[in-house]
Design a protein around this ligand. Structure first.
Ligand SMILES: NC(=O)c1ccc[n+]([C@@H]2O[C@H](COP(=O)([O-])OP(=O)(O)OC[C@H]3O[C@@H](n4cnc5c(N)ncnc54)[C@H](O)[C@@H]3O)[C@@H](O)[C@H]2O)c1
Length: 308
């Protein structure tokens, strides 16, 4: 194939993402990790599924960044994941060092790539990658909102007994407890959910969405979610590789949009081959705007700890 995606980190999210990209024949995939044998073994296993899946994507597992050269998209999933009782913010210092190192190595071999960050705490890690890479802001962004919106869509579909395909959900802000699900902009067949459910049911869905990651962590007991996170990341990779001009909630560097400056926060973004083509500015009520600013302040606190 003439498209190449590098997935850094061959753990749960990274390997599942590599599998999705290969299965969907989106691109050739290079899976890289510091663990010797793990990316090679998982890469070969994924490659051996391709004949059954009907995909001619090439999949390579490696420990050598030279193999990643010329990637169209690099996705960083390297780092430690949450355990029960941990917040995403508890991962800050460890993942800072890992994301910094992975960004530097990946960019050295793929200077023209689009960079998608997945490692947590997501918004702060986007800021790390942005600072380290020196990439223009449209080429470096993060995955969180697509996942959070997918969780909200799942809960809406469960509540109303409708197809998930009829649902649309909007979640803005940082990828943490302060995220901002927006019921007014979340719809079923175009109808806002605020017109379809009692306010207490809407509130329950908002709450469950905001703690969606913690719900999975507490069930798994070890590690965090990866099926939905990898599906969400694959949707973003697909939008870039196919130049779809698709509007998705992404963690983007803001320079005054929504009254936020110099910070990565989740907002509606239009994705295409060049990365973030446009940030869509939507009208917010005073309460929604205040919630978004509270969420941005939580991101800023982490960024300040890292002195970025
Ligand atoms: N943004 C989101 O919505 C979202 C969702 C799920 C998980 N995450 C985050 O993604 C990250 C990965 O989660 P996971 O479940 O795959 O974890 P995991 O522990 O299964 O995998 C992480 C992998 O990173 C590798 N790694 C560590 N240091 C590395 C380095 N310097 N270079 C290359 N590889 C390195 C490890 O060896 C491991 O294989 C975590 O930080 C997690 O919190 C984010």
């Amino acid at each position: 194939m003439n498209r190449k995606v590098t997935v850094v980190g061959a753990g749960n999210v990274g390997a599942t993402l590599a599998q999705r990209i290969a299965d969907q024949e989106l691109a050739d995939v290079v899976l890289i990790d510091i663990l010797e044998g793990v990316p090679q073994g998982k890469g070969l296993d994924i490659a051996e599924a391709c004949p059954v899946e009907g995909s001619d994507a090439q999949v390579l597992g490696t420990n050598d960044y030279k193999d990643t050269a010329g990637s169209d998209v690099v996705v960083i999933t390297a780092g430690i994941a949450r355990k029960p009782g941990m917040s995403r913010d508890d991962l800050l210092n460890t993942n800072y060092k890992i994301v910094k190192e992975c960004t530097e190595n990946a960019l050295e071999h793929s200077p023209n790539t689009i960079l998608i960050v997945v490692s947590n705490p997501l918004d702060a890690m986007c800021q790390v990658a942005y600072k380290v890479s020196g990439l223009p802001k449209h080429r470096g962004f993060g995955m969180a909102g697509v996942l959070d919106s997918a969780r909200m869509r799942t809960f809406i579909a469960m509540e109303l007994g409708v197809s998930v395909e009829n649902t649309h959900a909007f979640v803005l802000g940082g990828h943490g407890d302060t995220m901002v699900p927006l019921p007014r902009y979340s719809t079923v067949a175009g109808i806002p959910i605020t017109e379809l459910m009692r306010p207490e049911r809407v509130e329950a869905i908002v709450k469950r969405t905001a703690s969606g990651g913690a719900e999975i962590v507490s069930l798994l007991k070890t590690g965090s979610a990866y099926y939905a996170p990898s599906a969400a990341t694959a949707e973003m990779v697909d939008a870039v590789l196919k130049d779809k001009h698709k509007i998705l909630p992404c963690c983007c560097f803001l320079e005054g949009e929504f009254g936020i400056k110099g910070l990565y926060v989740g907002v509606p973004a239009q994705l295409g081959q060049k990365g973030v083509e446009k940030i869509w500015k939507i009208e917010l009520t005073a309460a929604e705007r205040a919630a978004l600013h509270k969420s941005a302040a939580a991101v800023q606190e982490l960024v300040d700890v890292l002195k970025l």
